[in-house]
Design a protein around this ligand. Structure first.
Ligand code: GLU
Length: 436
């Protein structure tokens, strides 16, 4: 058994400061707890650790729009730049009815860690609007996106902070963001956002990149624990840009996808779902609901399905103390950001289930965002093969380095990723020094 898997989180239970109440931490509290866990490993750099415990800059904006029926609606928007020690802020924008400032703070901090873990020259940022985009018409969505972009325009920019897609945002929304920023600047600034349509300076391979990264680290991790992915049984939560693509790539090498859960319910087939037909169904109907060639399971039964690999690729705090004991998988690959609570992390660890954490598992998206940004700056575009090859190389190298740190310190992969990433961030912080 590998030591990253076998080692218990020896330092994970050390006393937490009183402001970290374990009962309901929320995403920001969970992130702070993760920083607490890594601090003993930071050596002299721990002098700077407070930097990681607060965002550099948080902006809350009012986003008013006129609805199609002539009435006004106001939405709350956010852009948080957690850290810019290693480069401009970088991270997505999500549109979701439950978005809060503290959630965006946590997501921005995880971007700092993620970008440093794969050694991209970026800090971490994230944005969001508290809105259910499904309730808006296309015109309303465009007005919302444009007004939000204009409001956060005072802090974003191609050398300052570069947004990208996240939950419920896509290439079209990036196109509107790019256009709005460009209109205000008086010049086309394609490098202000990534995840754009190809016709506007987007990168080949960006749409699939997060799923491809999940698949790549899954392959690497499986090798370490002696799991043959061509025979693996897989369960996926979230069947969008991340879960859907990852499922497709696993199925391509022969793995069997047995269960998929999304916001509409859970579909299950013990002999394997046809991933292509399911993707088509989701494309046409918007969710897995009504997928006839499968059985429907009560949502609560999803976590206990008999699989080897579990891929949470939806939202935060899905694997909790309440369901971690039901999980039968040998490994969990976190496609989503923050899907596992610290208590669940410990339970999985004690049960010998390997968790490949979000901050490395889903870094493929931002890695190809980096390629897009570089291509936009040089106005020279690469082939898809070149992009995928570079992506796979970066993910493999980052994963190998993290595995080694996990082995060395006998810590979980999450703590190891935080050790690598936080050391890089704080080293940059120290070298730059405090201004003034
Ligand atoms: N939203 C994605 C993430 O959470 C991608 C961010 C980006 O490409 O900047 O990693």
């Amino acid at each position: 058994m590998s030591s990253a898997l076998a080692s218990t989180n020896a330092k994970s239970t050390h006393a937490l400061p009183s402001y970290l109440n374990a009962v309901d931490l929320g995403p920001w509290g969970i992130y702070l707890q993760q920083v607490e866990r890594v601090t003993p490993y930071l050596g002299s750099l721990s002098r700077w650790v407070e930097t990681l415990k607060r965002p550099k800059r948080s902006l809350v904006v009012d986003v008013p729009i006129e609805l199609d029926n002539g009435t006004m609606a106001h939405f709350e928007g956010y852009r948080v730049q957690h850290n810019t020690s290693r480069g401009p802020g970088k991270g997505g924008v999500r549109f979701h009815q439950d978005v809060t400032l503290s959630e965006v703070m946590a997501l921005s901090a995880w971007m700092s860690v993620k970008n440093a873990a794969v050694n991209l020259p970026f800090g971490g940022a994230k944005g969001g609007i508290r809105v259910d985009p499904k309730t808006l018409s296309r015109g309303e969505l465009e007005r919302l996106t444009r007004r939000y972009t204009s409001e956060i325009g005072i802090i974003i920019g191609p050398t300052k902070d570069i947004p990208a897609p996240d939950v419920n945002t896509n290439e079209q929304i990036m196109a509107w963001m790019m256009d709005t920023y460009s209109m205000n600047e008086g010049a086309t600034v394609s490098g202000v956002v990534t995840g754009k349509p190809i016709a506007l300076g987007g990168s080949l391979g960006r749409r699939e990149a997060t799923g491809r990264g999940v698949f790549t680290v899954g392959q690497e991790a499986a090798q370490h624990i002696g799991l043959d992915i061509t025979k693996a049984r897989i369960a996926v939560q979230g069947f969008g840009n991340v879960g859907g693509i990852a499922a497709k790539l696993f199925a391509l090498v022969g793995a069997t996808v047995i269960a998929v859960q999304d916001h509409s319910g859970t579909v299950y087939k013990s002999s394997g779902l046809d991933v292509y037909t399911l993707l088509k169904h989701v494309n046409e109907h918007g969710s897995v609901k009504g997928f006839a060639p499968a059985q429907t399971l009560p949502d609560s039964q999803f976590w206990g399905v008999d699989c080897d690999i579990l891929i949470p690729a939806a939202l935060e705090q899905q694997i909790t103390a309440a369901n971690a004991n039901q999980i039968k998988a040998r490994m969990v690959i976190e496609g989503a950001n923050g899907p596992t609570t610290p208590e669940a992390d410990d339970i999985l660890h004690e049960r010998g289930i390997l968790v490949v954490p979000d901050v490395i598992a889903n870094a493929g998206g931002v890695t190809v965002s980096y390629f897009e940004w570089v291509q936009d700056f040089s106005s020279f575009f690469w082939s898809e093969d070149e992009i995928n090859a570079r992506l796979v190389r970066i993910m493999r190298e980052a994963f190998a380095a993290i595995w080694q740190v996990a082995d060395e310190h006998r810590v979980s992969l999450r703590t190891a990723t935080f050790i690598v990433a936080c050391s890089r961030i704080l080293q940059a912080r120290e070298l730059r020094g405090l201004y003034p």
